[in-house]
Design a protein around this ligand. Structure first.
Ligand SMILES: Cc1cc2nc3c(=O)[nH]c(=O)nc-3n(C[C@H](O)[C@H](O)[C@H](O)COP(=O)(O)OP(=O)(O)OC[C@H]3O[C@@H](n4cnc5c(N)ncnc54)[C@H](O)[C@@H]3O)c2cc1C
Length: 484
């Protein structure tokens, strides 16, 4: 059995931040990541595209799983986008070194103070997050809003349209902060590198290299400390305690998902950062099979879909609905009397929408009413979501009310059956203490999206908040580890 001082499961926002802060403090750390590394090549052909999807587009699936491009046969491969089926909801998640940052729209969006207070316990002060932890993540990734020259380009007419129609209706809209290299976007626009994000190629990864994903920010810094080893294609199947810490069972897999070796790794300090669903599943199973029997009943509860909606509108002026990615503008109707909502314009080229259509993602205050249960018969942990609960359906009502006030175009579809923003399952302050230290288990920590306790990141995309919570947790946990 191999031994390491600290072990991190997953290399997304929580995992990458844990790796860097542990490595900087001199703690010998292994990061186990189920997916591959995805270095952007000089030929700009690292990732699959919507035009000709292949195995790289999905995690160990015989068909594609992206919204509006489902069911296309592909080879079974350790691709970047995973789709997890729950009862009442499907969840999209990234897979690979860098986790969700490989497939994300690069939006790093801070919630408004009053809405934050509706999702998080009162002991988690907004001032502290605002002063210290949100800025820390923004600085490490490097964020900026879309420069005027890019916004003025023909590819971005949809983002301009959202800003213009909000202004005309007297509503608030602004540019997001994105973790993006605008010079690479400019190179795409100039034709110096193949069009990728500007052509809406977002969710299978970006071949231009414009995304400042975690494998290009936090993780290389962690590895450069000399104390952190990232092991791709290592999938954790099991977590248990032994007398001196924790034992993690891991399958080493090949690019097609076949198991090539199995091993156990022992550690005194185990950080779960496999993402909201995967982390919760590992812990619920461990509790139910008696591997971590003292885990609180709160583990496997308070999960939410971030109030997510996928929306298609039509009848608008020219929008270029397949272009202008990865994101740009957001309309904030946060005082909407039906339900607060943020609406962001996003390209969906694979939907083949005609000019004048617009794809949007809506984000509300989701209820934390999802839960996980262990099925002994199949040895699986299953997610259940109450899709028809009024707390869920009111979010689409809120969006409809916003569009009515905008007074433009028509709504073609509002879909709440899918989220790319899973939140919760191991709620902070209930299943863990206020720093993600798991109740009843010294040396066991949760540092990813599973911690979010209120079902959403308060009308925002959650990655920035997940990162800020991880930075906050590590700043307290790491000194304790170092002092022994
Ligand atoms: C298409 C898409 C677009 C998105 N766009 C945005 C956006 O613009 N802004 C935003 O804020 N959020 C966005 N999100 C959501 C964002 O990606 C997540 O909120 C964020 O990545 C969650 O961070 P995390 O640390 O909880 O887990 P993740 O980033 O999901 O990382 C978990 C990691 O653990 C690995 N893993 C899972 N199980 C195991 C296992 N058993 N063994 C080993 N490794 C494992 C996974 O492969 C993954 O790399 C998007 C998500 C999707 C799917």
């Amino acid at each position: 059995m191999r031994d390491t001082e600290a072990l991190v499961i997953g290399s997304g926002f929580g995992g990458a931040i844990a790796a860097l802060r542990l490595g900087e403090a001199g703690v010998q750390t292994i990061v186990l990541e189920r997916g591959r590394r995805w270095p952007v090549t000089e030929a700009h052909d690292t990732f699959a595209t919507y035009d000709a999807p292949d195995g790289r587009a999905a995690w160990l699936s015989p068909v594609t799983v992206a919204p509006a491009q489902e069911g296309v046969p592909i080879d079974v491969y350790t691709g970047v986008l995973d789709r997890i089926k729950g009862a009442g909801i499907d969840v999209l998640a990234g897979a690979g070194v860098g986790g969700g940052s490989l497939v994300y729209n690069t939006v790093l969006y801070q919630p408004r103070r009053d809405l934050f207070a509706r999702v998080f316990p009162s002991w988690l002060g907004y001032d502290e997050m605002d002063d210290v932890w949100y800025p820390k993540v923004r600085a490490a990734i490097g964020v900026s809003t879309m420069p005027a020259d890019v916004l003025a380009d023909e590819h971005y007419r949809g983002q301009r349209e959202l800003l213009d129609e909000a202004a005309a209706a007297g509503m608030t809209a602004r540019l997001f902060e994105l973790g993006l290299d605008w010079d690479v976007i400019r190179a795409e626009l100039a034709g110096d590198v193949p069009a990728s994000l500007i052509a809406g190629q977002v969710w299978y990864g970006s071949n231009s290299g414009a995304k400042r994903s975690l494998d290009r920010t936090y993780l290389p810094r962690a590895e450069a400390t000399g104390n952190v080893e990232v092991l791709p294609l290592h999938e954790v199947t099991d977590v248990r305690e032994n007398g001196t810490g924790y034992v993690v069972a891991v399958n080493e897999i090949d690019d097609n998902g076949r198991v090539v070796a199995r091993r156990d790794i022992h550690t005194r300090h185990l950080f779960l950062a496999a993402g909201s669903v995967a982390t919760t599943r590992l812990l619920v199973r461990a509790r139910e099979i008696g591997a971590l029997p003292k885990l609180a009943d709160a583990v496997g509860t308070r999960w939410g879909a971030n109030g997510d909606l996928v929306i298609i509108r039509s009848g608008l002026p020219p929008t270029g609905p397949g272009e202008g990615g990865p994101a740009g503008a957001v309309l904030e109707d946060l005082d909407n009397p039906v339900a607060p909502i943020a609406l962001a314009c996003m390209p969906i080229p694979q939907a083949g929408m005609p000019e004048g259509f617009m794809g949007l993602i809506g984000m509300g205050l989701g209820p934390a009413k999802g839960s996980f249960a262990y099925d002994e018969r199949t040895d699986t942990v299953n997610l259940t979501w109450p899709a028809s609960d009024p707390g869920v359906t009111v979010i689409a009502d809120g969006a409809r009310a916003t569009f009515e006030r905008l007074g433009n175009g028509a709504i073609e579809a509002i879909d709440a059956s899918l989220t790319g923003h899973p939140c919760g399952g191991v709620p902070i302050g209930l299943a863990t203490d206020e720093y993600g230290r798991v109740n009843g288990y010294p040396g066991l920590y949760v540092v990813d999206g599973a911690l979010i306790p209120g079902g959403s990141a308060a009308c925002t995309n959650p990655a920035l908040t997940i990162g800020a919570l991880a930075e906050r947790a590590l700043a307290t946990i790491v000194p304790d580890i170092v002092e022994g």
